[in-house]
Design a protein around this ligand. Structure first.
Ligand code: ADP
Ligand code: MG
Length: 239
């Protein structure tokens, strides 16, 4: 646990989050007054059917988009009012992202894809290599480190994307249907490895999935239902 006092605060705290999309005169209220706390090391499923607003909520939590109303706290810091460069710094230092499609750089090897974000953050090459190899090994990819993305299977590409997301030792991983593009068996394997590596690294995670079976392997689940974020028994009642 961090000794700097940061653990007094949730890693992520959403308060009064409202998202409205406007198309002409139409208002589409995706969610309204949504609240969520994620504490250090907690792994939380974000469930809800397609179109319920999971990606929208992750974009807001990841400081990629501002909400129409509400506050986003990362480790206790109110991030929406921050200037762009400070918000970017918080995002780079504290957050990791995994998407449904891997977005790896095609010209670079698996290892280099995991090394690059560390070098951008100022980590010396040797230390970056070592940590990248450690993460790839944890994801079962030690023997694939020199392969380019095109030489890897879909499941392997997602494993590299997960290692890359953890390369800068974030406190919170935000994952948007990280196994949604994989066949069910591979999805389950990659998912288990994702949970395992988050647990060993002590990283908290908010993982969007419409797969309730995968959600049951996490610490708890929150459900986007008719514009509200439900927890606990309410999830079972409405899904
Ligand atoms: P999910 O990830 O759960 O499938 P999304 O957050 O992608 O849900 O979308 C929630 C709703 O918001 C959908 O009805 C979608 O069509 C709508 N939506 C998403 N992004 C936009 C946008 N930029 N403009 C208008 N509507 C959007
Ligand atoms: Mg989505």
């Amino acid at each position: 646990m961090a000794s700097d006092g940061a653990s007094e605060y949730p890693v992520l705290s959403l308060r009064g989050i409202t998202r409205i999309y406007r198309q002409g005169d139409e208002e589409l209220r995706i969610f309204e007054d949504a609240a969520l706390d994620i504490w250090a090391g907690e792994i939380v499923a974000l469930v809800g059917p397609s179109g319920s607003g999971k990606s929208s909520l992750l974009h807001i939590a990841g400081l990629l988009e501002a909400p129409d109303a509400g506050q986003v706290f990362i480790s206790g810091r109110d991030c929406i009012p921050l200037r762009d460069n400070l918000r970017t710094a918080v995002r780079r230092r504290e957050l990791g992202f995994v998407y449904q499609f891997h977005n790896l750089l095609p010209e670079f090897s698996a290892l280099e894809n995991v090394v690059l974000p560390q070098m951008i953050a100022g980590v010396p090459r040797k230390a970056a290599d070592e940590f990248a190899l450690y993460l790839l090994d944890r994801m079962g990819l030690a023997a694939r480190a020199t392969h380019r993305p095109a030489e890897l299977s879909g499941g392997e590409q997602q494993r590299v994307a997960i290692a890359r997301a953890l390369a800068n030792r974030p406190r919170l991983l935000l994952a948007d249907e990280p196994t949604g593009n994989l066949d069910p068996r591979t999805a389950r394997m990659v998912f288990n490895e994702l949970l395992e590596v988050c647990r060993t690294q002590g990283v908290a995670a908010l993982i969007a999935t419409h797969n309730l079976d995968l959600a049951t392997h996490m610490d708890r689940a929150v459900l986007l239902h008719e514009g509200r974020l439900l927890e606990g028994a309410d999830v079972a009642a409405h899904y």
